[in-house]
Ligand binder design. Structure first.
Ligand code: PEP
Ligand code: MN
Length: 286
């Protein structure tokens, strides 16, 4: 009996466009325009901050002004909220567009906002600078393909039950429709541990940077579910090479409309930004 060797194995990578190519060049992703545009790459630490969900116009404008002074360079202007319970606050909806417009004209800071479906994606693409796909929609492949044809950068959160490969394949769905501006966000995964809301997968940060040319940021707020854990996890993520952090902040954290228990005060945010910047300047990974 003769043994016939297999023909040379083709690469089994399922995410060709998202993978880090031989030249190892990383993508810079630009969010916003003009003087306040943000370049998300290894040279800058991007700070995204704001409430879990947008509230009144005046409070939102005031908070955006304060957070910009404290070092935020992208504001969370979430108007459509994907909530685990149908009885929880679902966001202010389309009425929040006026608030987003007011923040853009009065504060001049790029805004990220989430879309749960195609029509919301059109609204966000028209009025905001960065479109978020939340953890619950990471495997909504038709939505990923749709936003892959829009002209707005995408913040793609990792599915709470998804592997790193599945996350990179989700990015591939967007990239292969033409939209090359994808930023990945590690926001915690489901494990056996229930003491924290999710488990922040720190190893995912350096690993994804090895596997992909796309920038990666972390969201320690949703990962931990607990405000006291947000500063240490932010520092851990930046120390592991994250290109940015996304933090839920409120002027009165206890009375935030949603996710109050994981929302930090402006003072805490300001301190953690200072520390995160020191860590980011000190530690540089290739
Ligand atoms: C959010 O950032 O507003 C959010 C809902 O996050 P996640 O999709 O990670 O739960
Ligand atoms: Mn939240």
């Amino acid at each position: 009996m003769s043994f016939k060797p297999l023909s040379p194995q083709k690469s089994d990578i399922q995410y060709h466009l998202a993978s880090r190519k031989k030249d190892k060049i990383r993508s810079d992703i630009i969010v916003g325009t003009g003087d306040n545009k943000v370049i998300i790459n290894d040279e800058n630490l991007t700070i995204i901050a704001g409430p879990c969900s947008l509230e009144s116009r005046d409070d939102s404008v005031a908070l955006a002004k304060t957070l910009k002074i404290c070092g935020a360079n992208i504001f969370r202007g979430m108007i459509f909220k994907p909530r685990s319970s149908p009885y929880s606050f679902q966001g202010v909806g389309k009425t929040g567009i006026e608030t987003i417009k007011a923040i853009k004209s009065e504060v001049d800071i790029p805004i990220v906002s989430e879309a749960r479906n195609e029509s919301e994606a059109d609204v966000i693409a028209e009025n905001c600078d960065l479109l978020q796909i939340g953890t619950r929609n990471m495997t909504n492949y038709q939505l990923l393909e749709y936003i892959g044809r829009l002209n707005i950068p995408i913040l793609l959160k990792r599915g709470m039950g998804s592997t790193i490969e599945e996350w990179l394949c989700a990015a591939e769905y967007i990239l292969n429709q033409g939209n090359q501006r994808v930023i990945l966000c590690e926001r915690g995964i489901r494990t056996f541990e229930t003491a924290t809301r999710f488990t922040l997968d720190i190893a995912a940060i350096p690993l994804v940077k090895e596997l992909s040319h796309l920038p990666v940021i972390i969201d320690p707020s949703h990962a931990s579910g607990k405000r006291s854990l947000v500063p240490p996890l932010s520092i851990a993520g930046v120390g592991a090479g994250a290109n940015g952090i996304m933090i839920e902040v409120h002027n009165k954290p206890e009375s935030a409309f949603s996710d109050a228990q994981q929302t930090v005060s402006v003072e805490t945010f300001s301190e953690l930004v200072k520390l995160a910047k020191i860590v980011s300047k000190t530690i540089k990974f290739q």
